[in-house]
Design a protein around this ligand. Structure first.
Ligand code: MG
Length: 385
């Protein structure tokens, strides 16, 4: 957009119980972010001066958590029907009669600045703006038992989306005239019934409404992601013992690795690789060796923590590759079990996990049997910012 948008406000309807989506979908995570947060962020970024999020009674804390850290929004308790919720939002907003107000479904997360701009611009030409998509599929009428009984002309039909835009007074007056015993599917219907002209503007295919559980899979697939790579390296010294922990497995051996935790160099290198991929420092930042809490700790705890940070960012681990460098013990007999253990800890497919081993031909500290070294690489997909 070249010119800035005129001042506008927004009502985001997040009061649904979401029975068809299997739970209140507006609070569910999509790409690591609550569904409602996607559109509230989009509205604030586009310059909305006041965003009222209408929630059902008792959901105020969920809204506060979902929108934590954002400024320029507030929660308002809605009513039983959508009409009541939007009216409550408008009352809370207030402002001059000609204030543009966008009413948006929280369940449509992928709201673009372009759609917002088109809606507001259309208010120069009509009493309301309705983003919509043409109907691409042919339409059929069918009997309740699924037998087709004729086609429906799709020429003049549109799939309505949100946000729908009106001036504050237009929408408030239209609601005042709306029959109390009727329910309206959307605000354009209310304004149209009151005699207003509502103009269709170009919607967005990505502005889909999350309705059914499978819609979330489709929405996740629509989120642009960036591939990130991290690497890690770790060394532990050999000392007296009877077994050694490597890649989450305890292997009988005539020595052990010395360390503050269980000294599993494979898991430490891999934990650092994952932390590296997401720019979250290193294992020592998260689990300081000076803290007695981690004395003798099983290192799968560290790896799980790193994987959890990826999940919290809406990311996923694509693959990991660990190389153990030592003369002894022989790693090969344990490789498959190590891969299985890593796949289990990280909750990723087995073919996304590689464990390799090499000697250093008798050279260096690993060759002399003074210590074991481990290297790891991890690739992670994170939602693009
Ligand atoms: Mg270590």
């Amino acid at each position: 957009m070249n010119s800035p948008l005129p001042a506008f406000a927004a009502v985001v309807v997040a009061a649904g119980s979401g029975t068809r989506a299997g739970g209140a979908k507006q609070w569910r995570l999509l790409g690591g972010k609550p569904v409602v947060r996607w559109s509230v962020e989009a509205l604030l970024k586009a310059g909305a001066q006041d965003v009222v999020v209408v929630v059902s009674a008792g959901s105020e804390a969920e809204a506060a958590e979902a929108l934590h850290g954002l400024t320029g929004w507030r929660a308002v308790t809605g009513g039983a029907a959508r009409t009541d919720s939007v009216k409550a939002g408008l009352t809370a907003l207030g402002g001059p009669d000609d204030r543009p107000v966008l009413v948006h479904d929280a369940a449509r997360p992928f709201l673009s600045a372009a759609v917002i701009a088109r809606c507001i611009a259309a208010l120069d030409q009509a009493d309301g703006a309705l983003p919509a998509r043409p109907v691409a599929d042919s339409l059929r009428r069918a009997s309740p038992d699924g037998i087709v009984s004729g086609a429906v002309e799709r020429e003049a039909l549109w799939r309505a989306q949100t946000p729908q835009a009106f001036s504050l007074k237009t929408l408030t007056d239209a609601f005042a005239a709306w029959p109390a015993d009727e329910t309206a599917t959307d605000e354009a219907t209310v304004v149209e019934r009151a005699g207003g002209r509502v103009k269709i503007v170009e919607g967005d295919a990505r502005l889909m409404k999350l309705t059914y559980p499978e819609d979330f899979d489709m929405a996740e697939a629509l989120i642009p992601r960036t591939v990130r790579i991290g690497q890690g390296y770790d060394v532990h010294r050999w000392g007296p013992g009877e077994s050694v922990w490597l890649c989450g497995l305890e292997i009988p051996h005539d020595q052990t690795l010395i360390g503050h935790s269980d000294a599993d160099a494979g898991l430490h290198a891999l934990t650092d690789a994952i932390l590296g991929a997401i720019g979250e420092g290193d294992i020592g930042d998260h689990f300081p060796p000076t803290d007695d809490k981690w004395k003798g700790a099983p290192s799968d705890l560290f790896l799980k923590h790193a994987a959890g940070l990826v999940t919290a960012r809406g990311g996923r681990i694509s693959n990991v590759d660990v190389t153990l460098i030592c003369e002894r013990p022989k790693v090969k007999p344990h490789r498959q079990a190590m891969r299985e253990r890593l796949a289990e800890i990280l909750d990723i497919p087995l073919d996304a996990v590689s464990v390799k081993a090499t000697t250093s031909e008798g050279l260096g500290f690993t060759g002399r049997g003074e210590g074991l070294a481990a290297q790891a690489v991890a690739t992670v997909e994170l939602p693009s910012r």
